[in-house]
Design a protein around this ligand. Structure first.
Ligand SMILES: Nc1ncnc2c1ncn2[C@@H]1O[C@H](COP(=O)(O)OP(=O)(O)OP(=O)(O)O)[C@@H](O)[C@H]1O
Ligand SMILES: [Mg+2]
Length: 461
């Protein structure tokens, strides 16, 4: 007996032979639902789409299939027609189609899909190949660990269909690398997979135009932002898309508290909000140094919106040292702890050790203080440029502390009003620059060794 998956594959081949286009995500869901005897309203609910919309897509689909089969096909008779034509009951033993002749009103499938037996024996792929456009995404040469993060993200996106996800973390921690690895792993669940960096701060109009070009390359650019938005949302409804927008911090103001949109960029807020509110099967991932506004007030149980803070690599970071041919393996853990497992910071430091200490980690550690190589320092300059004066004052105070401190302690020694201090601390938390821990129901704040050293180098020398 041919199962549903095989019928869908067959339908996809027939439709694409006729129209030149594969079945999209929703069309496939409608066929599957019909074969399972389900109503439009059920299918719509499962697809997070409105019933009217599913009906529209369905009726167009039956028209196409009617032309393919040469007789009128509707949701009611689809199954019966397949059974009549012995396709549904066709005994299928995992052989390629072209070894059996399936005739449906003289349509000869073998001529549509010449396949070799080897291909057919491979595990079933999704019927449609995703359209992948990664733009100027960097190439990944090596990838270590991140198993937990990848599993979490796959569950949120593929299983739960979370619409908006933020990957947050300090520069160099591995957000871009993780997002690209995730794409490799889950791309076959999507019709479209897109990566775009916002590093040059494009306006929302520019971003939407850029995305629209991917969905319909020949279309004329539209000026009206409302139309652009509704077109994109339409595409997100019709196709299952995975879109990664990287470097989202470039939409936020420097010199203001974290996550405040630059002037002229406020409409991104509306865009991100619409992505969570409107029903569609697609997902948008935002990579950022700063927590976007949208994520400040939300509950983790909200399925439409989730946030993952990326921490440093642990043991896997040793692979970086192996690559750099560093020596003294027994000291490697100290290096990982000092540089917070941040792969970029570790790469910079490994380069320095290789060049100046001929790879000897123990000689390097004998220097006593935490050494920040010039590129590492420059990397942190970029992040510190974004802080407010109050935030810098808090960082300077924390750099002087040897132990984690709690709020009343900081307030006592600083010349800031309580509200300015609290806002600055909260903003530094949203920038992932401040460590926090809880002891006896009190929150304590601290700077990690690298940030502490950076503040000392920059402000105390
Ligand atoms: N899991 C990993 N395995 C191996 N290398 C990694 C991993 N994660 C990050 N790296 C390396 O660390 C460096 C920084 O990673 P990446 O560019 O992804 O960081 P990022 O968080 O996107 O930084 P930024 O916010 O500045 O864009 C890159 O050279 C990358 O190759
Ligand atoms: Mg990046």
């Amino acid at each position: 007996m041919m199962d549903i998956k095989e019928i869908l594959k067959l339908a996809d081949e027939l439709v694409s032979a006729k129209t030149g286009e594969h079945l999209d995500y929703l069309q496939e869901a409608i066929l599957r639902g019909t074969l399972q005897g389900r109503k439009y309203s059920d299918i719509a609910e499962e697809m997070h789409a409105s019933e009217g919309y599913v009906r529209d897509v369905g009726s167009k689909l039956w028209k196409i299939l009617s032309e393919v089969f040469g007789e009128e096909i509707t949701k009611r008779n689809f199954r019966a027609i397949l059974e009549k034509d012995k396709v549904y009951n066709f005994s299928y033993h995992g052989h390629v189609y072209n070894q059996k002749h399936i005739g449906i009103n003289n349509l000869n499938i073998c001529s549509q899909t010449p396949q070799s037996p080897q291909v057919a024996q491979q595990p079933q792929q999704t019927p449609t190949q995703p359209h992948i456009d990664l733009g100027d995404a960097p190439e990944i040469f090596s990838f270590y660990d991140r198993t937990t993060e990848l599993t979490t993200l796959e569950n949120w996106i593929v299983r739960d269909r979370t619409r908006l996800i933020a990957l947050l973390g300090i520069s160099g921690i591995g957000k871009t690398t993780l997002a690209l690895q995730l794409i490799k792993q889950i791309k076959n669940n999507f019709d479209y997979v897109i990566y775009r960096s916002l590093r040059f701060s494009p306006t929302l109009e520019q971003t939407l135009t850029n995305l629209q070009q991917i969905f319909s390359p020949k279309s004329e650019p539209i000026q009206n932002i409302e139309t652009q938005l509704s077109q994109l949302l339409n595409n997100l409804r019709q196709h299952r898309c995975l879109i990664v927008l990287d470097d989202v911090q470039m939409l936020f103001s420097a010199g203001q508290l974290a996550g405040q949109y630059r002037s002229g960029y406020e409409n991104y807020h509306l865009f991100f909000q619409l992505i969570t509110e409107i029903s569609h099967p697609s997902s948008l991932i935002l990579n950022s140094w700063e927590k976007p506004r949208e994520f400040v007030q939300f509950h983790q149980e909200n399925n439409q919106m989730r946030c993952l803070v990326i921490e440093g690599l642990r043991d896997a970071a040793k692979e970086i040292f192996k690559n750099h041919e560093l020596l003294d393996e027994n000291c490697w853990q100290t290096l990982i702890d000092t540089y917070q497992g941040n792969p970029l910071w570790l790469q910079f430091t490994a380069n320095l050790i290789k060049e100046l200490f001929l790879g000897s980690v123990s000689d390097f550690l004998q220097c006593g203080t935490v050494i920040l190589s010039e590129p590492l320092q420059a990397q942190l300059d970029q992040q510190f440029q974004r802080l407010t004066q109050q935030e810098i004052a808090v960082m300077k105070q924390l750099a002087k502390e040897t132990e984690p401190v709690y709020l009343p302690q900081i307030l006592k020694v600083m010349q800031l009003s309580a509200s300015d201090l609290l806002n600055a601390i909260q903003s530094l938390r949203w920038r992932l620059l401040l460590g926090a821990k809880e002891e006896n129901k009190t929150a304590f704040f601290t700077l990690n060794t690298v940030l502490k050293q950076y503040v000392k180098n920059r402000y105390f020398n």
